[in-house]
Design a protein around this ligand. Structure first.
Ligand code: GLC
Length: 565
């Protein structure tokens, strides 16, 4: 990276999934009022940016990722005045607020889609993607991400419309210039209101190749026009505005694509969310085909991204979000035990696992994202009945899998590991009834197996075993250290089955290099001499000062200055 680095190279982002964060109005669903009451929790962590998952008007078929009015707040979450008040409070604490931007699709209840359905002659018709039937069927075999065909029949127009997610989420037609102009106007409206950028939902899906609509191939990701759209968006929305953050969610993006999307010269995006590392523990056909956690695969995958975006471009760093299982349950001691064939207690070495994973993530080069609840080491929900689940993807998959002959216990096991609801249980602020301070009433989804033992109050009072305090130290370190921000990354011992080790080195040698060593096993790991002999000052560790420097205790993670060879 040449020249002065952008502000977000030392920023840390905290993601709020509002319906599960805090309920301010006593209806069992989290909202803006609840978020506002708990802003100090986020500010205390030391993060720079809040990314707020959608709060726009929505029928909530996909928890707000189906938007029926891009310019207003859903009454479930509050009002536009409450939003403005929240924004003031966020800014007053020195943080920025980034909104979710969901413009691959809208809700089928959006006035645009209602108009589009009126007739083929209506100008809004072309704002969505329609095809005539082919031999009385869908125009191709594309499948929707949440099950079923990607096409739904509209009797009024006698056509099929495209939806890559649920039928309630029709895809917008980015080939239509009026649609694009309307989206840019809406984005400018939010930026004028004071928001600081966007996290762009499945943004690499917006360019579809009309020709390939007929051949059933994956003609909807990474079509060349995506770069035109993003460059135009940059010019029409972001150019001339300072200190924004733009991050594009991009399932299927490769390192080479990401280098293009995030090359500052190309004026597209600041960073992207890639999916490679969160796709390693499932089979190719469905994410519900769970595979055991494989550390060498995970660390070498992330290392490839580090190297691939070292010269130009930038990484976002995440292990979790509202679509992914909890990292402690997925990559922590319980997951490693399960991969070795043991029946694991979900709370095994939870503090150690949570802090180790955070250490490794935050010490990579890129912008780290902390998903709400991970800062206190929350675990998967532990739901055992289908009635406990709320997520449309999980419910659809379960119905389909059982219909295809999967046994109910097997389908429930798959959900228990993979369902998005694992990350959507309410933030347990304390151990009070009925919902741990999240709400005064029964919440929209169960509290999960972690509650009441895991709570914000308990974690923040846990002294040197507070996951929250460990995160705060990691964030402080990034703010203080140029090496953490910008140092070159080198993976050490790539094939070691339980050691995750890497160095960070500034080319100009203005600060000493750092080494990160982490033991993802329940046995002591002896560091190879080439690492152990070079450990100097301990910068940070999750288990305090070690007695023997070149041995790592189970689930110990340390950052040291790295001496000469
Ligand atoms: C993204 C969101 C996810 C949503 C989907 C459709 O992947 O993160 O929650 O269901 O897009 O909008």
């Amino acid at each position: 990276m040449s020249g002065p680095e952008p502000w977000w190279t030392d920023a840390v982002v905290y993601q709020v999934y509002p319906r599960s964060f805090a309920d301010g109005n006593g209806d069992g669903v989290g909202d803006l009022a609840g978020l506002r009451q708990h802003l100090d929790h986020i500010a205390d962590l030391g993060v720079d940016v809040i990314w707020l998952s959608p709060v726009y008007r929505s029928p909530q078929a996909d928890n707000g990722y189906d938007i029926s009015d891009y310019e207003d707040i859903d009454p479930l979450f509050g009002t536009i005045d409450e939003f403005d008040a929240l924004l003031v409070e966020v800014h007053r604490r020195g943080m920025k607020l980034v909104m979710d931007l969901v413009v691959n699709h809208s809700s089928d209840q959006h006035p645009w889609f209602r108009a589009a359905k009126l007739s083929r002659a209506c100008p809004k018709h072309d704002w969505y993607i329609w095809r005539d039937p082919v031999d009385g069927h869908e125009p191709n075999e594309w499948r929707a991400a949440f099950g079923g065909p990607a096409w739904s029949w509209d009797p009024g127009t006698g056509q099929y419309y495209l939806h890559m997610f649920t039928p309630q989420q029709p895809d917008l037609n980015w080939d239509n210039p009026d649609l694009r102009a309307a989206v840019y106007a809406m984005m400018n409206g939010w930026l004028d209101r004071g928001v600081d950028g966007f996290r762009m939902d499945v943004i690499n899906h917006i360019a579809k190749d009309p020709a390939s609509l007929s051949d059933g191939s994956a003609g909807y990701v990474m079509q060349p026009r995506i770069h035109d759209h993003l460059q135009e968006m940059h010019e029409r929305v972001f150019a001339g505005r300072d200190a924004l953050l733009t991050v594009g969610e991009m399932p299927g993006v490769t390192v080479a694509d990401a280098a293009l999307f995030t090359d500052p010269e190309r004026r597209e995006l600041d960073m992207v969310f890639q999916f490679e590392h969160v796709g390693l523990d499932h089979g190719p056909d469905t994410k519900f085909d769970n595979r055991p956690f494989d550390l060498p695969a995970l660390k070498t995958s992330l290392a490839r991204w580090q190297t691939g975006l070292a010269e130009s471009g930038w990484n976002s760093l995440y292990l979790a979000n509202h679509d992914q299982p909890r990292p402690v349950s997925r990559f922590g001691a319980a997951a490693v035990a399960a991969a070795a064939g043991f029946d694991a207690d979900p709370f095994t070495l939870r503090y150690e696992s949570a802090t180790l994973l955070a250490t490794v993530l935050h010490l990579h080069r890129g912008t780290p994202y902390v998903y709400q609840g991970d800062e206190i080491g929350m675990v998967n929900a532990g739901f055992e009945r289908i009635e406990d689940y709320r997520d449309i993807e999980s419910l659809n998959w379960f119905r389909g899998a059982v219909g295809r002959g999967t046994s109910i216990p097997d389908a429930l096991d798959a959900l228990a590991f993979r369902s998005r609801d694992n990350a959507r249980t309410p933030i347990p602020w304390d151990d009070s009834a009925p919902a741990g301070g999240f709400s005064a009433v029964t919440p929209w989804i169960g509290m999960g197996q972690g509650w009441p033992s895991i709570t914000v109050a308990a974690d923040r009072a846990a002294g040197d075993r507070s996951v929250f305090d460990h995160h705060r130290r990691l964030i402080d370190l990034r703010h203080a250290s140029r090496t953490v921000r910008l140092g070159e990354f080198e993976l050490l011992e790539p094939d070691h089955p339980s050691l995750w080790a890497f160095t960070r080195t500034l080319v100009d040698e203005s600060e000493p290099p750092l080494v990160v060593v982490a033991n993802l096993s329940s046995s002591v790991v002896m560091l190879p001499a080439a690492i152990g002999s070079r450990l100097e000052t301990l910068v940070l560790g999750n288990l305090g000062r070690p007695e023997v420097a070149d041995e790592l205790r189970p689930w110990e993670a340390r950052v040291h200055e790295f001496g000469p060879a």
